[in-house]
Design a protein around this ligand. Structure first.
Ligand SMILES: [Zn+2]
Ligand SMILES: [Zn+2]
Ligand SMILES: [Zn+2]
Length: 188
């Protein structure tokens, strides 16, 4: 018994006696006709690769039998899922060449790479924008400007000190503009 995404009903199921626990699809037969077996032993411990688009499937919790990208049945490699050192040590295109070089459609592969790098680029732009906003916010806190005249010659002090209000008792920080004399509470 093992866990798999059923290629027929697309549910995450248990494979019991070779069949989907939900829809009873004959998963062992599906694996056999797609070459995902050795003798009469189903291959569940090797990394899979899509012969059509080159997608590499190395999950350890559950077996995906058809490509999540293009729907084509996966093919087995000789790479151990539990110890896929080769995946990390080998260039992806080289792996594809080695295992599915005769069937891979490089157009699909390249389109997906491009889509992926576009997503990465958008994410990067978004992060930069967020960082710029955060920097501006920090800058406003660290270098307050007078809301009246825009001067950055600001001094901060505790309200209650006589040079601000002549009033002792309250204990709130206030900013004072050295240019125009305006006073205000920080954050306003
Ligand atoms: Zn099923
Ligand atoms: Zn695929
Ligand atoms: Zn001012």
């Amino acid at each position: 018994m093992f866990n798999a995404r059923c290629p027929e009903c697309n549910n995450d199921v248990e494979v019991i006696n070779g069949r989907c626990s939900k829809c009873n699809f004959d998963i062992s037969n599906y694996m056999a006709i797609n070459g995902l077996c050795e003798g009469n032993q189903l291959i569940t411990d090797k990394v899979f690769i899509c012969p059509n688009c080159g997608d590499i499937e190395a999950s350890t919790g559950r077996l995906y039998l058809k490509c999540s990208e293009c729907g084509h049945p996966y093919k087995a490699t000789d790479i151990d899922r539990k110890n896929p050192i080769k995946l990390f040590n080998t260039d992806e295109k080289q792996l594809i060449e080695e295992y599915v070089g005769d069937t891979i459609n490089w157009d699909i592969y390249n389109a997906r790479q491009e889509e992926w790098s576009n997503i990465q680029e958008k994410r990067h732009e978004y992060q930069q924008q967020k960082q710029a906003e955060e920097n501006a916010r920090q800058d406003a806190i660290n270098h307050p400007k007078c809301p009246k005249c825009g001067s950055t010659a600001i001094t901060s002090g505790q309200r209650g000190y006589s040079f601000f209000t002549g009033f002792l008792g309250s204990n709130k920080t206030v900013n004072r503009c050295a240019n125009c004399g305006h006073t205000w509470k920080p954050g306003k």
